[in-house]
Every structure is written in C-alpha cells, then in structure tokens.
Design a binder for this molecule. Structure first.
Ligand code: SF4
Length: 396
C-alpha cells in the first residue's frame, strides 16, 4: 500500500532546486538556516525563502571540511563546511544569506568558518546556556530582536506583525498536521512507516511552506481513509525509538541497519525528526513572542542542565517512549558530537530505572564500522524481541 502524495512530494523535491533558481532570478532571496532555535517564522515573514541546511552521510565531504574546521569538530558540521567548500549541493548553491544559531557551539563555529573562508553573508542568533533562568529569557529576546533587525536590513523592509501572524499560523498548521501524521506510523497495522514520515518531515525543510502544508493535509487525508482509527500498542514487533545526534538527509546508515535487522522504528526525538515540531507554543505575535516559544520547547542536549529529576529533555523522552510503546532506544552519537555523547550514559541510567534498554551507537559517515554496527544492532533487537515476548507470555 502506498501513499500517493508521498510520490508527489518526491517529485516536487526533484524540481525544487530549479524552482529556487528561478525564484532568485525573479528577485527572491533564499535564507539557508541551521540550528535548533532559529525562528523560521521570522525568516518567512520577511519574505525570504527558508531552506534548512542539514546534510550528512558523505565521508568525503567530511574530509574536505576538515581542511577548514578542526578535525575534532563533529562530522555533521565538517560535512556542511565541506559542502560549502565544494558548492555542489543544489540547496547550498541557492543560498543568499545564512542564518545559524549558537544552540550548539559547533554550529556557531561552522558559521564563523563559512563566513571567513567562503565569504558568505551569515547572521548568527546567540542562545543562552542557562536557558531555564529568567535572565536567559531576557537575553534571548534581546538577541532575537537583533537577529530580526539584521534580517530586516537584508530584506530591505521591516517586519510587520500581521505578516508574522500569518507565518506563525502557517507553521502552527504544519506542526499540527505533522503530529497527526506521526501517530499513524507507530500504529498497529500501520499504512505508513516511520522512515516515510521521517523523509516527509525533512521534505518540509526544503519545499515552499504553503505547498508543503497542502501536501501534508493531502497525506493525512489519504492516511485517514486507509486507517480510520490508528491504535498504538506494544505488539510483538521489536519497537525501536531513535534518540541522540541528528540524522539529516543523505545519512541513512543506522536506519537501514535497524530495518535489515528486523527492528521497527516507531518514534524519535531527533533534532532532524519530530522533536522541533513539538510543544512550540507562540503566545504573542512579535519577535520576542516567537523567540520565547522556541526557548520554552524541549531543550537541546547542547544546553547544559544538571538536575536529572527536572530535566525537560528526559521528561519528553519518557513521554514519547510511552506514546510510541517502544521496547528499546537506539541512541545515535556522531563522532565528536559532544552534546549527545556526554549525555548517553545519564540517559541510559535514567531509562534503566524504567526498565527501558538503551544501546548507544557511536558512528561517523565512513562505512568502515558498518558490520560492527550491524552486529550490535542485531543483538540488541534480538534481546528486546525475546524480552517483549516473555512479557507477552507472562501477561497471557
Ligand atoms: S549537536 Fe552534535 S551533531 Fe549537532 S552540531 Fe552539535 S556537535 Fe554537531
């Protein structure tokens, strides 16, 4: 069974680079952004075309990036730097302005390197480390206002609240529809896979936002027709939840290994997945209101927080695990991704208290660790399969 709208989306993605090229010829400007707290609604409301710069899986580009950024920089950022150096990625080629945030300091480093070596026009949004404090909110509102001012200069116009309100409403509708679609992938007798939904989420990083919303609504209508009432339950599958470092377009190594090993992915809290679309509540239509909505979401692992009991990242992970009825977590850490690597052990310990096993897979974009990863993933999936069958038997 296939969802026809997904085919349309694949085709639209093929056409998108040329469409951007034409839009730029007609005077539009493309803002390439990356980060966790970049308020995309502000970029959109100023009339820019936002595209997310997130690509991975190419070890050769990582090597190229290492000529400009330290070899201790995470492979994701090194690949991005490498891609700017080569300038062959069809989306990077079309960017006029870059908007990076400093949620992860390696992202901030990428902004510096790209500006310095490739002479790109980069706007950086500073992000407070102690995000839970009131002073941090004041600071972030100030930085968001400054970020808006810098983009206004480039747009040649001021941001008006009515347009910002329209952009916020559009993005809210996108998030709401994505959340509804996400329920279907985790359901019993699912008609759409997590992998298809994951690609669908990432398509939104690149497509025109109004068109994307319409395509999401079509997808949801198709799903509802095929499966009227999706029920999520812990069936006998090896239900896997993916957490940890982002998995951007171009990087599907771990996902394909899990699939080949017979695991069924039913959820994620990835920065490149559903997480940024959850819990974004913009209470006031202004740059400050948008900024605070972003800051109050589930925090990114790069922002330090020491009290495990009140850690909202861990609370969200528990909530999503419960919703998806996952049996175990595969925690993906990219080489030199310190934020997620440092949090692997504490995450494992916290989940162990709830009886949820976690396997950390530490990897990079080279294929040399493929077999070792496969062996470990297969063993983990076998372990949780046996465990879930025992639980089923005991319950019967
Ligand atoms: S969170 Fe990890 S993968 Fe992402 S930019 Fe930071 S170090 Fe790199």
């Amino acid at each position: 069974m296939s969802i026809q709208t997904l085919e349309i989306i694949r085709k639209r993605l093929e056409e998108r680079p040329e469409e951007l090229r034409q839009a730029r010829k007609n005077g539009h400007k493309v803002v390439g952004w990356t980060g966790y707290n970049v308020p995309e609604e502000i970029v959109h409301a100023l009339g820019f075309i936002p595209v997310r710069i997130a690509l991975g899986g190419d070890d050769r580009l990582v090597e190229v990036g290492a000529r400009y950024a330290s070899s201790k920089t995470c492979v994701f950022i090194r690949e991005i730097v490498g891609a700017f150096s080569e300038n062959k990625d069809p989306y990077i080629q079309q960017t006029d302005i870059l908007a990076f945030d400093a949620t992860c300091l390696q992202n901030y480093r990428a902004a510096e390197v790209i500006e310095y070596f490739f002479k790109k026009d980069v706007v950086v949004l500073a992000v407070p480390r102690n995000f839970a404090e009131d002073d941090a909110k004041t600071y972030f509102v100030h930085e968001a206002n400054e970020f808006t001012r810098l983009l206004e200069e480039r747009a040649g116009r001021l941001l008006d609240n009515a347009t910002l309100g329209e952009s916020v409403a559009l993005y809210n509708d996108i998030r709401k529809t994505l959340k509804s679609i996400y329920t279907f992938q985790a359901a019993r007798d699912n008609v759409i896979s997590w992998e298809e939904v994951y690609d669908l989420i990432q398509a939104g990083d690149l497509l025109d936002k109004k068109e994307y919303l319409s395509l999401l609504q079509q997808t949801l209508a198709e799903l509802t027709e095929l499966q009227h009432n999706p029920v999520i339950e812990a069936d006998c599958d090896s239900r896997i939840f993916i957490s940890g470092s982002l998995i951007p377009r171009g990087d599907r190594k771990l996902i394909s290994i899990i699939n080949l090993a017979g695991g069924r992915i039913v959820g994620d809290d990835l920065w490149s997945g559903i997480l940024p679309h959850l819990d974004l509540d913009i209470k006031e239509i202004s740059p400050a209101g948008v900024a605070l909505g972003y800051l109050n979401r589930t925090p990114h692992a790069a922002l330090p927080y020491l009290d495990l009991e009140s850690d909202r990242r861990l609370k969200k992970l528990h909530e999503l695990l419960s919703q998806s009825r996952a049996h175990g977590v595969i925690y993906h850490t990219l080489r030199y991704c310190d934020p997620f690597t440092f949090k692997a052990k504490e995450t494992k310990n916290v989940l162990a208290k709830s009886g949820i096993p976690l396997l950390e897979i530490h990897t990079e974009y080279a294929g040399s660790d493929y077999e070792a990863m496969k062996t470990r993933v297969e063993a983990f999936i076998e372990m949780i399969r046996i465990k879930s069958e025992l639980v089923e038997e005991e319950a019967a």
